[in-house]
Design a protein around this ligand. Structure first.
Ligand code: MRU
Length: 351
């Protein structure tokens, strides 16, 4: 079985969600009980290992898991990588048990690598901030959730803020609440508080006035898919922040492992952006963090109001100051630079 921390219940309750089969895991992914690009990759990998261990059809399980959400490329990466390890072992005639063990070992390797990547991104990200804004304590603004809750380690963008905090160089982390599902308010604020960071929560709409007041030194966000040209799909609301940052001459930095780079997707227009239920916009999730589609929210719109609810938006490379990965940072963001980072990566390549 696979035991997950149910993120829909945070910050009110720390509740474990036990998944004993693939359909349950797919539901957990779709309701955002488990979420965030790197963690989706790890979870997808463990999902394949679970299917193999339980004697389910691995090809079918892989298809279901990979199709659970469309935007975060890590999900497909994790699923395909662990499935490949399973097929390689079973192709050698090692038997079902040995193939299942190979799948689990690969999922664990992916998990470990993500933790290592997280540490290195934090180092590179902090060094980049020092280069861009030398000798200062920073006010950083972040959007959505990019901490330990999305990672095998301490996260992506949040891990950079955490390192800066530990070095005594974080004046404040500005945390966008991240409507409609409030990953910033529910999850990033929770992680910031647990780690003792100086942070303030703001509505997404308040970011503009914060830039205008000169209170943002840099924006740090994660990514769900980075196309070959450096376009970045991330939680909806990231693109307007990039436009604001450009206008106010504030560095806009994307922090993500190379497993989030998808060189097969040529540009931002080719990225599939997940469209989610309008109910997430017309209702507020309850303080108990009722699941995204689970009902129980507070209705804030007329009955039957149509809603537009893309889960992500795409920021073009010309608005991004730098992309930081576990292999280093590129600035300016170019397709060539990105391809070089990926070539350096020790991440397993899967066809
Ligand atoms: O819809 P979610 O919650 O799975 O969105 C993913 C995210 O948390 C963000 O887009 C994040 O910035 C990228 S994952 C580190």
């Amino acid at each position: 079985m696979l035991v997950l921390l149910d993120q829909t219940r945070l910050p009110a309750e720390e509740i474990e969600l036990v998944c004993t089969d693939v359909p349950a895991l797919v539901r957990a992914i779709q309701t955002l009980a488990v979420r965030g690009a790197p963690l989706l990759g790890i979870t997808g990998g463990y999902g394949v290992a679970l299917a193999a261990a339980r004697g389910f059809d691995v090809a079918e399980a892989a298809g279901l898991l990979e199709g659970a959400r469309p935007t975060a490329v890590n999900l497909g990466y994790g699923v395909r990588r662990v499935a490949a390890a399973y097929w390689a072992a079973s192709g050698k005639g090692e038997g079902d048990e040995a193939a299942a063990a190979a799948a689990l070992a690969e999922a664990r390797a992916l998990h470990r690598e993500d933790a290592q990547a997280s540490r290195r991104m934090a180092e590179y990200g902090q060094a980049l901030l020092e280069e861009l804004l030398p000798g200062r304590a920073y006010q950083l603004l972040t959007h959505c959730n990019t901490g330990a809750l999305v990672s095998g380690g301490e996260g992506t963008a949040f891990a950079v803020a955490l390192r800066v905090h530990r070095q005594g160089r974080l004046r404040r982390l500005w945390v966008d609440e991240t409507r409609p599902l409030l990953q910033g308010a529910r999850l990033t604020a929770y992680e910031a508080a647990r780690n003792g960071l100086a942070y303030s929560l703001l509505t997404d709409n308040a970011a503009g006035s914060l830039f205008a007041a000169g209170e943002v030194d840099a924006v740090l966000i994660g990514a769900d898919r980075i196309a070959a040209d450096g376009s970045v799909a991330n939680k909806v609301g990231s693109y307007p922040l990039a436009v604001l940052a450009k206008y106010h001459h504030v560095p806009f930095i994307v922090v993500a492992p190379t497993t989030t780079v998808d060189l097969e997707t040529p540009d931002g227009t080719s990225i599939i952006v997940e469209q989610r239920s309008g109910q997430e916009v017309t209702e507020l999730t309850s303080p108990q963090g009722v699941s995204a589609n689970g009902g129980g929210g507070i209705v804030v719109a007329p009955l039957g109001a149509p809603a537009y609810n893309p889960a992500f938006d795409v920021t073009p490379p010309e608005l991004i100051t730098a992309i930081v990965t576990e292999e280093g940072a590129i600035s300016p963001v170019t397709g060539v630079g990105l391809a070089e980072l990926c070539a350096r990566s020790s991440q397993v390549t899967i066809s």
